[in-house]
Design a protein around this ligand. Structure first.
Ligand SMILES: *Cc1c(COP(=O)(O)O)cnc(C)c1O
Length: 357
């Protein structure tokens, strides 16, 4: 069997969730959209439900139905609500919570006849300018919704654009815009994503919405005391399947862009961009071989990549290689590859996931 795989540590997932809930100072949704950022939504939700998670958040009805179909009974929030009005009866039937971010959704809800009233999360655009109601329209929308028989309650929410930039004033401005718009409106509130929970304790509200941090990745560009408490959940690993000795001056792999600078012992690893490794990660990107750090050399192929074993005489055929995990944090890999921890985790493909609990 091909040795490429992703180990998923569910105890670390629960550990990280407990930190999210602690930082939220109350309750936190566990964001398991995009197949739990590549970790497997059903398995992760089951592991967190055993921890009595306060609820889950997904991107769409299809993702929510997959969780309900697997027996998840906790609340599930649809982060973009519905895309078409005919989803509304299904949302009610499965007792899902629903974001409303646009006026057309309010009109659709007014027209719907539902078997039970919905818990709505009404989104304010406090400065990200992606989705959400504009501040001048928000209070009227809130009044309109709370008056509807189709609505059980309304949670006020907003989303940060730059909470990962700890020196930016934008997050504080968004917090203030949210507070000023809501003013005396009653009900629960939700502001923080992972960088908000970890880096902006003053933004706290009734509900956190923790995504990336659950999976143990640091959302900030450099180390951070709260992020340092997280444990990586995914370890992407494989093995050395071939070793060769090359003289100085020899090219390696497609394009021959890397040429050995010295007599080099090259290890070939069964993991490539079709498994989710960044295709254009440059020579020098860190890898860990039997627990010792070394570097990627040459261009990444679809199914294989090459690493430098010259300074690791113990490394040989069958040595274990960690592409990202505890020894090579996914955030560090992302920095080298000019990508993000989010897209690396979501981009895991082909390599089977092996769960540990
Ligand atoms: C994806 C998402 C989150 C989670 O964000 P992280 O940065 O991964 O914690 C929170 N809220 C909304 C609205 C989202 O779309």
């Amino acid at each position: 069997m091909r040795p490429a795989r992703a180990l998923i540590d569910l105890q670390s997932l629960r550990h990280n969730y407990r930190i999210a809930r602690e930082l939220a100072g109350g309750r936190s949704l566990a964001v398991v959209k995009a197949d739990a950022y590549g970790h497997g939504a059903v398995r992760c939700a089951q592991a967190l439900e055993a921890e009595a998670a306060d609820g889950f958040a997904v991107a769409c009805l299809e993702e929510a139905l997959a969780l309900r179909g697997a027996g998840i009974r906790s609340p599930i929030l649809l982060l973009e609500g519905f895309f078409e009005a005919d989803e509304l009866p299904v949302i009610a039937a499965h007792d899902l919570w629903c974001v409303i971010h646009a006026e057309w959704q309010i009109a659709a809800l007014e027209q719907a006849s539902l078997e039970r009233p919905l818990r709505i999360w009404l989104k304010l655009d406090s400065g990200m300018h992606r989705v959400g109601l504009a501040p001048q329209d928000y209070r009227a929308a809130w009044q309109r919704l709370t008056a509807l028989p189709q609505v059980a309650s309304v949670v006020a929410m907003t989303h940060f654009a730059r909470a990962d930039e700890l020196d930016s004033e934008r997050t504080q401005q968004q917090v203030e815009a949210f507070a000023a718009t809501l003013d005396d409106l009653p009900g629960e509130r939700s502001l923080c994503n992972s960088p908000g929970l970890l880096g902006w304790p003053a933004a706290g509200s009734d509900w956190g919405r923790a995504g990336l941090m659950l999976y143990g990745a640091n959302p900030f560009p450099s180390s951070h005391p709260q992020a340092g408490r997280l444990r990586p959940v995914m370890t992407a690993e494989s093995k050395i399947i071939s070793v060769r000795e090359l003289a100085a001056g020899e090219p390696i792999g497609y394009g021959g862009g890397f040429v050995t600078e010295r007599p080099t012992r090259v290890g070939v690893v069964a993991f490539g961009y079709a498994d989710g490794y960044p295709h254009f990660a440059p020579t020098g990107t860190p890898v860990a071989i039997d627990g010792q750090r070394s570097r990627l050399i040459g261009r990444v192929s679809m199914d294989m990549l090459t690493v430098d074993l010259t300074d690791l005489p113990q490394a040989s055929l069958g040595s274990r290689v960690e592409l990202w995990g505890a020894q090579v944090p996914v955030t560090e890999l992302a920095r080298h590859a000019n990508g993000s921890a989010y897209s690396l985790l979501c981009g895991l493909k082909r390599a089977p996931r092996i769960y540990r609990d």
